[in-house]
Design a protein around this ligand. Structure first.
Ligand code: HEM
Length: 419
């Protein structure tokens, strides 16, 4: 069944030619000859499209996994979890697919470091992302949300993605970093092109522009720091030495790219579900204390990212021969919908209390998890408190994207009743 699914997205007539590119050690039963990102876009929503892979092997070799590059894809919750956590076999050092859109001189820290160095880089950022540090930002997150809603509330409708989801996490990021708010529109444009650019060259150009901006921003921050986090990064030390300029820029670069598209995309899927699930809207409106449980369940069901690893050494893993340096995709949207881990995985049930891995697991578990959850919680609270009967506008053509390693909603026209 899973092989049939792959056939629907493989280019007709090119299977034989592509088969020539399959490394000899890859067992034929693992080969999935298709375009993974295209496959995710085949049905009317990517979660059900992706879930077709749950009928196949737990590890597949996709001939086109990410931007035309082949990679292993782990397809089930337990093997994906192991992929995240077992850094002795699965390394976070940069692989070929990511290398195509990153200059070798650009660092991406602490994500692209393995333990024990990883721990030292992460320690520098940790104090700014603890639950208490994020709780102190609660009023600011609420104020940003209120400000955005006030721009469209009286209209009784909004295009949720461009008027709220895209702006909200960016505005918080800019404030946390102490960056000038007038840069917001430019950041949005760079970020969109860096992650979802049509070609590798487009992505590289946007990432280069971000690096240039960060380099100039950091020079200014050295003279006049405007945020606690920048002070922490600039004074950060690895063992007995200060961070180099490349490490400082690489740390800011990761913060820039890790926490924007992920929150923005999650918001789109969650709001789309809420707009269609009026019973849940009513329940959460009457019982706002259930909203944190809803955020947990939503994030299980609406994983958006597909982080990567590289095979750390030649090995046979779960019976599959793998070679050092090969790319691996660990899609959180496959882990969160695996029926072996979650009964009725496509059903949103806020009673589940699941320990899911949408924010990763192991040493690289998302550093921004408390901030992300706070932003999602404030979004749900703010919309439900102020708007009745939120729904998708009649005739709205819901649009989404599946390319660039993050699945997200492009357009979601909402309407509501005003109390
Ligand atoms: C719903 C929103 C988010 C999701 C789904 C998400 C998901 C993830 C995942 C799956 C990882 C693990 C990557 C890996 O193991 O390779 C990760 C790491 C990370 N995330 Fe998030 N993230 C979100 C929001 C944020 C936010 C708001 C920030 C804050 C700026 C952030 C900062 C980071 C950082 C710095 C790492 C790397 C941690 C390390 O390498 O030790 N994330 N995230």
């Amino acid at each position: 069944m899973w092989a049939d699914s792959a056939e629907t997205s493989a280019e007709p007539g090119c299977a034989e030619e592509m088969a020539l590119d399959i490394p000899e050690h890859v067992p034929s039963e693992c080969v999935w000859d298709g375009d993974f990102e295209g496959f995710l876009g085949e049905l009317d929503e990517p979660y059900r499209a992706a879930a077709r892979l749950h009928d196949g092997p737990e590890i597949i070799w996709a001939t086109n996994a990410l931007r035309g590059n082949p990679a292993w894809i782990f397809t089930r919750h337990d093997v994906i979890s192991e992929g995240y956590a077992d850094y002795s076999r699965f390394s976070n050092l940069r692989g070929k697919a990511i290398g195509a859109v990153m200059d070798p001189g650009w660092l991406f820290l602490p994500l692209e470091a393995d333990p024990p160095e990883h721990h030292e880089y992460r320690q520098i950022l940790q104090p700014f992302f603890t639950p208490s540090a994020i709780a102190r930002r609660g009023a600011e997150v609420q104020a940003q949300s209120d400000r955005l809603i006030s721009t469209f509330f009286d209209r009784g409708s909004c295009e949720f993605v461009s008027e709220y989801a895209a702006i909200m996490p960016n505005a918080i990021f800019v404030s946390v970093m102490g960056m000038p708010p007038q840069m917001l529109a430019q950041f949005l444009a760079w970020e969109e092109q860096a992650i979802h650019g049509e070609t590798d060259e487009d992505c590289l150009a946007a990432r280069g522009a971000i690096m240039d901006y960060l380099s100039q921003f950091i020079a200014e921050q050295r003279r006049n720091p405007t945020s606690e986090i920048m002070q922490g990064i600039l004074s950060g030390r690895i063992k007995d030495r200060p961070l180099s300029d490349a490490e400082i820029i690489g740390t800011c670069n990761l913060l820039f790219l890790a926490g924007l598209d992920t929150v923005f995309s999650s918001m789109g899927w969650i709001m789309r579900h809420l707009a269609m699930d009026h019973a849940l809207q009513d329940r959460l409106r009457s019982n706002p204390k259930d909203i944190p449980a809803a955020v947990n369940e939503f994030t299980r069901a609406f994983g958006v990212s597909s982080p990567t690893r590289v095979v750390a050494k030649d090995m046979v893993y779960r019976g599959v021969p793998m070679k050092r340096g090969e790319d691996i995709l660990l899609p959180t949207f496959l882990a969160g919908r695996d029926p072996r881990a979650w009964p009725n995985p496509h059903v949103i049930d806020i009673e589940r209390k699941s320990r899911h891995i949408t924010f990763g697991i192991g040493p690289h578990v998302c550093l921004g998890i408390h901030l992300a959850k706070r932003e999602l919680q404030v979004m749900i609270e703010s919309f439900l408190a102020r708007m009745g009967n939120i729904r998708i506008a009649d005739g709205d053509s819901f649009q989404f994207h599946t390319h660039g390693g993050i699945i997200g909603v492009d357009k979601l026209q909402l309407v509501w009743d005003r109390p």
